[in-house]
Structure formats: structure tokens, C-alpha cells
Design a binder for this molecule. Structure first.
Ligand code: NAD
Length: 541
């Protein structure tokens, strides 16, 4: 920035539209959905600003109708990845030196494109690719993505403004350089906003990126790339590649110029990537930054002072929205005996009213799980629960994959607080409940803390303030995002920075300046005004 200290627009959260019957947004998104669903597209890779069709393709189908094809996408060979790296490094020469306000303008424009002309398209794509209801698509693909883009620009300027003290003898300045080399973004299926944020926040800070989206999110990833193109992201700055994750990752991590991994996905994959980076460490020109937000086994604890209706609602919304496929979704709950009959009654009544089906039928609260692998895994855990003596299926438990990957919202009740579904991430619409003696609150909190390897989100519901304080202390390290009298899902950019520790990730808080700091390498510049000409200090006499 040469000629002014520019203020960026004040970031605000994109208002969530209602899509109630009769609203224009409902009509538009349904029309867009029908058009997209009933046609076929071909998704190229994006390398150096070019659309690359390799001829080797895979098909895309909605999870709620797996025999229906909405298009194909092109798969990379090793040489495409090598080209993506090479062109990213070439693009870096200009991009890393572009004044920040030019980068900011591109991503602010991207935000307004998503909020406006692309809103129906990115929501419809997310409904088709990931089987989200319109509400789930709106809060993710439209609003959260817009929020990331707007707030990141503000966070970037907050970071740039963080400068050291100076004196009349020397002026100290810090410049926040992009990382040397190129960065790698690996994104999960479940949030279009995360898919857009991981590559774009690194690019905003001046980095160049190779981005590998999830195979199950490519339809909506294409809309993200269309937005970035129209917003003016220059060729080579964000390159998108599809295909075999192992081949792509091996090629990227063996480059000496690899300088950062921005990952969101499962814990096992992230640990494997970390290990691979460690193995290659002697080859790199710089220590790579490693940021990973991974799995969760998120809890709801109710104290006997809690309102049972509030507990039941937190469970229904926390466990079953988007079929429980949120890293933050509640998947284990601890309910005191005195409260359980009322909580149970309310959960069962609510579940009766939940409709399951395709997302374009807006009476449905609940749609399909993402793919056959996930369906089979969940069905396996449900079957096992039907057999095991220490657990009972009290709601749901049916599944059917004849047309789409449908699994009923399922509630398990266990007498064993360490039952497998109390410990492992299933990533689907299954919650396990353990009922504890009312007076065993503190022991139960200890159990919550010790049961799972994860520490992403968790919630305590209580009206007794001492109980709230006890849980807040006891569960200090059990969740990176801790909710009091709320469900453990639904973090909003700029309001609840998101991330967890233990096996849940590096806790670099997406949706905050802390995350962006990982993508810069500060350089301190000290400029002395009157430079000494004699080495002797006064003490030398
Ligand atoms: P996943 O781990 O299967 O896939 C994530 C990404 O890693 C995809 O792009 C995938 O292609 C890639 N990948 C898979 N195997 C790989 C390999 N061997 N080498 C390199 N890349 C590989 O996860 P998913 O099913 O897409 O997403 C669900 C998981 O993500 C859950 O565990 C969930 O908790 C987690 N998640 C966490 C957060 C968070 O903020 N903590 C947010 C969203 C999702």
C-alpha cells in the first residue's frame, strides 16, 4: 500500500434468508435446483487459470438419488499436479507482491457475488452434492462462506496493524510476508464454506495454493471456482485438482517448495499427512505450517436443574441437523435420571414429526448421508447396537439405500458409558445417551472428559449457576468450543471462532485472525536513523 492507510468495509454476518413458502428466494432456489438436477455438467480442473479436461472422468450423483447422474469431473495424472505446483510458484512472483488492498478487493467481491448473484446456485449445488436441506445449505454455502470472505479481510488488516514500538532512534516495522513456496488445501465434503475458506484465506494473505476438494463436494466446489474466477483471482493463485488423494498428496508433499497444509477432515488422514510431512522434513526449504481441524465426539451434558424441553431440543438439533454430519454434531449425551423420562418423551415426540426425504421437498428436515461408505459404516454400528446387551435402540434404527443413502435419526440408550458409540466418531445421525444418577454429576463430568480422544465441541445445560461453573472447569480441555445452555453446533464466523484440540485438531480457530496468522511469516525491519560510527561504548571510558 503506497498512498494511504485504507479502511476496509466493516465486516458483518450475512443475514440468513428464511425460504418460507411464498418467498422469492424459495422460488429461485427451487428453480435453480431443478435446472441443475435435470442437466449434466462437466467439471474441469483449474490449473493456471485454464480449465483442464483430462478425459479420465468420474461421475457425480446426489446422495439422495445415487443412480441419478448430474455430471462428471476430470481426474488428474501426476503431471497435472506437477504443473499445478509449477504454475503456482510462477504466479507467486506477482501475487505475493500485489498490494494487500488489491487482494482484499478480489475476495470482498467474491463475498458479494456469493451473497447475491451466485447465492441460489451455490445453495442448489450444495443441496444436490451434499444433500443439504435449503436451511443447512443457506447457513453454510451462502452465509458462512460470505462471512469467511468478509471477516478474513478485516482480520488481515487487524494483523497488518499489529506493529512493534519504535523510538526516535529507530523505526521498527513488521511486514507479514506470505509463506515462501506454495500451500496445499485439503477440504472435507460436509461444508461448502470450509471448502471455499481453506484455499481462499491462504490466498488472501498472499500465498499461492493447490486445492484438493473432497470427491463428494465437487459440484459445489465448481461454483466456488466460478466465483473466484469472476471475482478476479489471477491464474495460478488457486489451482484446483481432483482425483486420487494419495497420488496428489504424495506429489505435493515431495516438493521442496511445499510450505503449508491447511486441512479439514478426519483425524486419521490428518495424522497420516503430518507423519508424511515429518518424513520429508529434510527436503523442504522451510518448515511447513500444519493446520488441521479434524474429528469430534461432541457431547451434551444435562444437569438435573436443566429444563428438559431445552435438553431435548439441543439433542434433536445438535445431533440430527444435516444428518449429524457436522464435526460439531452432538453424538453422546449424559442425562440425569430425574430428568430422563421427560427428555425421552420429548425426543420421541419430536422425532415422530421429523420428515426424511430429498432436499427439494422442503417439508423434509432430514435427508440422506453422504455416500455408501458412510451408510454401510453407520448401518454396521446400528446392527451391532441391536445385538449388544448393554445398549438399546430407542428411536430410529432403520436404514435403506435402495434409492438414496437414508438412515433414520437414531437414538441409542446405553448402560455402558464407554460403549463404542460413546467413544468413536460415527459421523452420522446416531446419538448415544447415558443416564446417570442425579447426584453423580461431578463423576459424570470426569467421565465425559476421559471417554473420548476428541475435544472439539460440547455443551452443558443447567439453570444452577454452580453446576455451570463446575462443568466449565471440569471440561476445560474436553472441548475447544464449549456451549452453555445451547446445542454444540452452529459456530458463526467472527462470533465463535472454531476448532478443537486433542485428536480434534491443531485448534487454529477458523473464522479468526489466529488462523490467518499461520499463513504468514513476519519479517521485522529495524531502520536506524543515525548509524553509529564508533564501536566503543561509554563504559569503556
Ligand atoms: P476425509 O478425511 O475422508 O476427507 C477429507 C479430505 O481428505 C478429502 O478431500 C479427502 O479426499 C482427503 N483424503 C482422504 N484420504 C486421503 C489421503 N490418504 N491422503 C490425502 N488426502 C486424503 O473426511 P470427510 O469425510 O470429507 O469429512 C468428515 C470428517 O471431517 C469428519 O471426521 C469431521 O469431523 C471432519 N471435519 C472436521 C471439521 C473441524 O472443523 N474440526 C470440520 C468439518 C469436518
Amino acid at each position: 500500500m503506497g498512498k494511504g492507510f485504507f479502511n476496509v468495509p466493516i465486516a458483518f454476518n450475512e443475514p440468513v434468508k428464511s425460504y418460507a413458502p411464498g418467498t422469492p428466494e424459495r422460488d429461485l432456489v427451487l428453480k435453480t435446483y431443478q435446472e441443475m438436477y435435470n442437466s449434466q455438467i462437466e467439471v474441469p480442473m483449474y490449473i493456471n487459470g485454464q480449465h483442464i479436461n483430462t478425459g479420465k472422468t468420474a461421475t457425480m450423483s446426489p446422495p439422495h438419488n445415487h443412480q441419478h447422474v448430474v455430471g462428471t469431473y476430470h481426474l488428474a495424472e501426476k503431471h497435472h499436479i506437477e504443473t499445478a505446483i509449477k504454475t503456482a510458484l510462477e504466479a507467486r512472483k506477482q501475487w505475493a507482491n500485489l498490494p494487500w488492498e488489491q487482494r482484499a478487493a478480489i475476495f470482498l467481491k467474491a463475498a458479494e457475488l456469493v451473497a447475491g448473484p451466485y447465492r441460489a446456485k451455490i445453495n442448489a449445488a450444495t443441496m444436490i452434492a451434499q444433500s443439504k436441506t435449503i436451511h443447512q445449505a443457506e447457513i453454510d454455502a451462502a452465509c458462512e462462506f460470505v462471512d469467511f470472505l468478509r471477516f478474513n479481510v478485516q482480520f488481515m488488516t487487524d494483523i497488518y496493524q499489529d506493529q512493534p514500538e519504535s523510538t526516535n532512534e529507530a523505526w521498527n516495522r513488521v511486514e507479514y510476508r506470505p509463506l515462501e513456496g506454495f500451500t496445499y488445501a485439503v477440504t472435507p465434503f460436509n461444508f461448502t464454506a470450509i471448502a471455499g475458506n481453506l484455499p481462499s484465506c491462504m490466498a488472501l494473505m498472499g500465498n499461492v495454493v493447490v486445492w484438493k476438494p473432497s470427491d463428494s463436494q465437487i459440484y459445489s466446489a465448481k461454483v466456488i471456482m466460478d466465483v473466484f474466477e469472476e471475482a478476479g483471482v489471477p491464474p495460478g493463485v488457486i489451482n484446483v485438482v481432483f482425483g486420487d488423494p494419495v497420488m496428489i498428496t504424495n506429489t505435493i508433499l515431495s516438493s521442496p517448495d511445499f510450505s503449508g497444509l491447511h486441512f479439514t477432515g478426519s483425524t486419521f488422514v490428518f495424522k497420516e499427512l503430518w507423519k508424511q510431512i515429518g518424513t520429508n522434513i529434510h527436503n523442504y526449504k522451510t518448515y511447513p505450517r500444519i493446520v488441521g481441524e479434524t474429528g469430534g465426539k461432541d457431547f451434551i451434558v444435562a444437569h438435573h436443574s436443566a429444563n428438559p424441553k431445552q435438553v431435548a431440543t439441543a439433542i434433536i438439533r445438535g445431533a440430527f441437523e444435516f444428518q449429524g454430519q457436522k464435526c460439531s454434531a452432538a453424538s453422546r449425551a449424559y442425562i440425569p435420571k430425574g430428568l430422563w423420562p421427560e427428555v425421552k418423551q420429548q425426543i420421541l415426540a419430536d422425532l415422530k414429526s421429523i420428515k426424511m426425504g430429498t432436499p427439494e421437498d422442503m417439508n423434509n428436515f432430514f435427508t440422506a448421508v453422504i455416500h455408501e461408505g458412510s451408510f454401510d459404516k453407520l448401518a454396521g454400528f446400528i446392527d451391532r447396537a441391536k445385538e449388544d446387551k448393554d445398549v438399546e435402540v430407542i428411536a430410529g434404527g432403520n436404514y435403506n439405500k435402495s434409492k438414496g443413502y437414508f438412515i433414520e435419526p437414531t437414538v441409542l440408550l446405553t448402560t455402558n458409558p464407554k460403549y463404542v458409540t460413546m467413544c468413536e466418531e460415527l459421523f452420522g445421525p446416531v446419538i448415544t445417551i447415558y443416564v446417570y444418577e442425579d447426584e453423580a454429576y461431578e463423576e459424570t463430568l470426569k467421565l465425559v472428559d476421559e471417554t473420548s480422544a476428541y475435544a472439539l465441541t460440547g455443551a452443558i445445560l443447567a439453570t444452577d449457576r454452580y453446576a455451570v461453573e463446575t462443568a466449565t472447569k471440569a471440561l476445560q480441555n474436553a472441548a475447544g468450543n464449549f456451549y452453555i445452555n445451547d446445542k454444540p453446533t452452529g459456530a458463526v464466523v467472527g462470533q465463535q471462532p472454531f476448532g478443537g484440540a486433542r485428536a480434534s485438531g491443531t485448534n487454529d480457530k477458523a473464522g479468526s485472525a489466529q488462523n490467518l496468522l499461520r499463513w504468514v511469516s513476519p519479517r521485522l525491519i529495524k531502520e536506524t536513523f543515525v548509524t553509529p560510527t564508533d564501536y566503543r561504548y561509554p563504559f569503556l571510558g
